[in-house]
Ligand binder design. Structure first.
Ligand SMILES: Nc1ncnc2c1ncn2[C@@H]1O[C@H](COP(=O)(O)OP(=O)(O)O)[C@@H](O)[C@H]1O
Ligand SMILES: [Mg+2]
Length: 164
């Protein structure tokens, strides 16, 4: 019998974009080939903003645009960076396009609107749900499923961001 993937959860409250950047910097520092980060949250919550800050700390030079219309864009950072937005796709289309091949490739993948393709995401994944509050406040529900993501969240719970 298959058991549910173990998970560790932590809620991070960012007061502003700088505090979102601290979290993005932490994850960018931990990322390695095969890392998959699934982002969810309403339009304007900050999925693309988080992705841009993550890319910056992964060493990506230049502009990272929203991939809403391109679906997937590849960048060169410390490791390759694959930025997806599956808002316009169905699960079947994502399967037909072979998007899952990116998850097991040489780079780090961030997926905006990831819940649409949850069936083809790896079992081990870092999930970030972003919820907008007043002004620049953002609540981020972080769920690490499997390793190394559980350890990342456990470390954050213990140390907070900024202290790696
Ligand atoms: N703390 C914060 N974290 C993330 N984004 C923020 C924050 N405060 C303000 N913003 C702004 O909110 C907007 C989020 O838009 P975007 O990232 O495109 O959302 P999404 O990709 O989820 O639709 C951006 O203009 C961003 O600068
Ligand atoms: Mg977006």
């Amino acid at each position: 019998m298959e058991l549910h993937q173990a998970s560790v959860q932590w809620v991070y409250e960012a007061k502003n974009l700088q505090e979102t950047e601290q979290l993005a910097a932490y994850f960018a520092g931990q990322a390695k080939p095969g890392t998959v980060i699934a982002l969810d949250g309403d339009l304007g919550a900050g999925k693309t903003a988080f992705s841009q800050l993550f890319a910056k700390h992964l060493g990506v030079q230049g502009t990272v645009n929203s991939p809403t219309f391109t679906l997937i864009k590849e960048y060169e950072g410390r490791v390759p960076f694959y930025h997806m937005d599956v808002y316009r796709l169905t699960l079947e289309e994502a399967e037909d396009l072979g998007l899952d091949e990116y998850f097991y490739g040489d780079g780090v993948t961030l997926v905006e609107w990831a819940s649409i393709i949850v069936d083809i995401l790896p079992k081990e994944v870092l999930h970030i749900y972003i919820e907008a509050g007043a002004g620049t406040e953002r609540k981020m529900v972080l769920t690490g499923r499997g390793e190394p993501y559980e350890s990342w969240i456990t470390t954050l719970k213990r140390n907070g961001v900024g202290l790696e």
